[in-house]
Design a protein around this ligand. Structure first.
Ligand code: 1HN
Length: 374
């Protein structure tokens, strides 16, 4: 016998009682929620926000004095928690951004997890992160990958602290309910060699025959600042313009270095305001050097070295440097592209500035009309 529509009981109640009956049975009528479920364009809960280096660093330093790195408190990490996300420690609905502080001669113990992570080094020297046995040196401007389910521990051999930016796909994996975590049996994992992944890619387009090729992530684990610098200079020589952008890619596939989020570097040259663009998905920008301002949905965000800001999905965004500036960024674009959800467009007119973001308060002060450029 199939499913019978005729022999069920009937419900004869007024509309209000009917709504109560739905709720009591864990049902919701679409006609009440359709507009908010299906806005004409994305209406992100992620807010445009900015964290100033000068506000965060003193607290990271203090955490260095108050918090030790033993099992249980494995990492000294300050998450950049977006105020739009109801107290969650996430920078956007898909991206985790944080500053991590590793004191002189400290080690953060070995563990692995399914969220993929990147480290972009801001200050310090003489640190290495061991990734599945490969001790990757970390210097300012380097990008280090700790890919999905790879063992990793961080070690500072120097007398100075190091501060880096942590980017993870943790919020996305939280939504996908696919997080696994494991501590290494030992405090630190054994080191097989130093910067081994780079040795596999010492010549462009050349590689040892028969070398293995991980499918889940880039086999290159350290992207040195020097290479980034050379590539930015070559791009600028070739293209000119106010902005050159590069993406850190998997050298085997040309795809993103991490499959769930893009890693990018944007160099802005002073004196030109970039066209206003919008795209689906969020980005977290880390100012490595230089100063300038970005306008996000009409609100002006002023930034300098070490500042970090987030742009929500479908926000109008433009940038202008006051001095040559390098902005490292992560974005969830690869996920959107894989799902055929990525859209971007350039607006025909530049956006007006209606206010300025006030750090800590987050509130927007009305724009000073004399500085209101179009
Ligand atoms: C993690 O393992 C690290 O290994 C950094 O340095 C930040 C944020 C959430 C979950 C795990 C690290 C993290 C993290």
């Amino acid at each position: 016998m199939g499913i019978d529509i005729h022999h069920t009981h009937t419900v004869e109640v007024g509309y209000d009682e009917f709504c109560g009956a739905l709720a009591a049975r864990d049902l919701q009528p679409l006609w009440k929620i359709a507009r908010q479920l299906m806005p004409e364009v994305p209406l992100p809960t992620t807010q445009a926000w900015l964290w100033k280096w000068d506000d965060v660093l003193p607290l990271a330093k203090r955490a260095g004095e108050l918090i030790t790195l033993e099992r249980g408190g494995d990492r000294r990490v300050l998450a950049l928690a977006n105020p739009g996300l109801k107290g969650l420690p996430f920078t956007s609905t898909t991206l985790w951004g944080a500053l991590q502080y590793l004191g002189p001669h400290e080690s953060a113990p070995a563990h692995r997890h399914t969220p993929s992570a990147i480290r972009f080094v801001l200050t310090g020297s003489g640190v290495y992160t061991t990734v599945n046995g490969d001790a990757c040196d970390m210097e300012p401007g380097d990008l280090i990958l700790t890919p999905i389910w790879n063992w990793h521990d961080h070690n500072n051999r120097s007398d100075e602290p190091m501060v880096w930016f942590d980017g993870l796909d943790l919020p996305l994996l939280t939504t996908l309910e696919s997080i696994f975590f494991e501590n290494h049996p030992d405090q630190l994992q054994p080191v097989e060699g130093n910067n081994l992944s780079e040795q596999g890619f010492a010549g462009v387009g050349l590689r040892e025959m028969g070398a293995s090729s991980p499918v889940a992530h880039s086999p290159l684990l350290r992207y040195r600042r020097g290479e980034t610098e050379r590539t930015l200079e070559a791009l600028h020589r070739a293209r000119g313009g106010a902005l050159v952008s590069l993406e850190y890619v998997n050298p085997l596939t040309g795809g993103p270095a991490v499959s769930t989020f893009a890693c990018e570097m944007h160099r802005l040259y002073p004196g030109t305001r970039t066209p206003t663009k919008r795209k689906t998905g969020s980005s977290v920008y880390v100012v490595f050097q230089g100063s300038g301002r970005s306008v996000i949905n009409g609100v002006r965000f002023d930034w300098g070295p070490g500042d970090i800001f987030v742009t929500p999905s479908w926000a109008g965004v433009d940038h202008e440097a006051y001095e040559r500036a390098d902005l490292f960024a992560i974005s969830d674009r690869p996920v959107l592209q894989a799902l055929h959800l990525y859209r971007e467009e350039e607006l025909t007119e530049g956006q007006e500035i209606s206010g300025t973001f006030v750090p800590l308060k987050g509130a927007t002060s009305a724009a000073d009309s004399s500085r209101n450029e179009h």
